[in-house]
Design a binder for this molecule. Sequence first.
Ligand code: FRU
Length: 492
Amino acid sequence: TDWTRELRYTPYADWPEGYQESLRKSQAASDWRAAYHIQPAGGLLNDPNGFSYFNGQWQLFYQYYPYGPVHGLKSWYQMTSDNLVDWQDQGLALQPDTPYDSHGVYSGSALPVGDKLFLMYTGNVRDVDGDRETYQMGAWLAQDGQIEKIDQVLIHQPQGYTADFRDPQIFRRAGQYWICIGAQTVNREGRVLMYKSDDLLNWEMAGELDLGQADLGYMVECPNLVFIDDQPVLIFCPQGLDQETAAYANIYPNMYIVGRAFDWDKLAFVDPSPMQLVDQGFDLYASQAIQAPDGRVLAVSWLGLPDMPAVTAEEGWAHSLSLVKELTLVDGRLYQRPVDELHVLRQDSSDFSLDLAEGRQSLPSLCAGQEEIQIHLAPGSKGRLELFAAADAEGAVVLAFDLEAGQLTLEQTAAGVRMASDYGYQRALDLPAGQALNLTLYLDHSLLEIFVNGGEETLTTPVYPRSKEAGQTYIQGSGQVSGQVWALRAME
Ligand code: FRU
């Protein structure tokens, strides 16, 4: 298919009947279909939106283009869950059907207000010349599932900024409503703006968020301001960030900054940390973080990147959402752990304890490609863990460790299908030298989430094994390894 702009913006109703069904079937039959991660039933998924707890359930929406593996006319697609693990499909929620969102219902967030859920999103519009217009819009989701859009613009593009102004994150503070929103100055510099409101309809610009950081690239997407132990944490996507400001290897990074405190008069982070990567892997972006009513700070991310084609495009679908993670701060660093609820996926399990010097050995395999693996490597161990491997072939990804030197390297190998990429096939991170290493791995057919040392770092990547049989885990090297493998059930 030649995905011209016209085709991408073709109204949903103009697609032939049965077309979506053919994409759905193709995704359902894919060897790369995940068992317990959210993927689109055909078409393209991107940012998580509207993550919240409402009506006795977790609500999670995502950016969705139903008719192909490309960024076309976007809607919000709705999922609900009782446990953050098993997600039920609720279908299209917000659709591009007004003059203020005619070319896409773009990313946004949700906040329970009274007995309704307030949804705030960016309406994307292309004018007759194809130029972008942007409108911040709202809608109400009622307990019976009905959605009603508010037919007035809540926030217009402000003076001094371009139409790249989007992705409002709404929260409540001291009796007022606030948003953080991604923006670009007319000089093409990225910014995060803050607005406040008493009634959700009338919004006043409060100012630019001061992160003690001059370089935020040329545009900021998907900012989230959350508070962990009263410390502010901004999780955001600065595009075009200078490598001098912060080193990153993907096309665009998802970054965070932690402050010691937040100055509400100046909208400033007090003693901001340097910018740091949310994830050290290949494909994670647009994380959405929320203060959950149970006191936790939870986050979920898009496992994909803007402006990068998907390996699965030939099957008519693209991308996934991450597992839900709990965020905490330890000594000013962000820790990310899979939520405890995920333990409900655990089925049979098996322990292992191996001397790595005995050659290439397999870890117990209980449910090929659909497992949780906890691994403890003794100090000084050195070697490689091959994931999504067959007995006679290399793994589709290799995790190399050298604990003496304090190095961990994730490499996509030719045993997996890879897109030609200018961004390389290897990601490395430093570990404290000379120490043991604890890893928690979630394998889900075409997805790998790695949690390092209790969530101090994460490495997340899609993996596309060339064969459905390639679901074993092998290890070799020198040193001692022990751990446990669980078969995981599919999402219900
Ligand atoms: C980030 C993003 C957002 C935008 C949405 C459109 O991936 O570009 O800035 O709202 O995707 O789908």
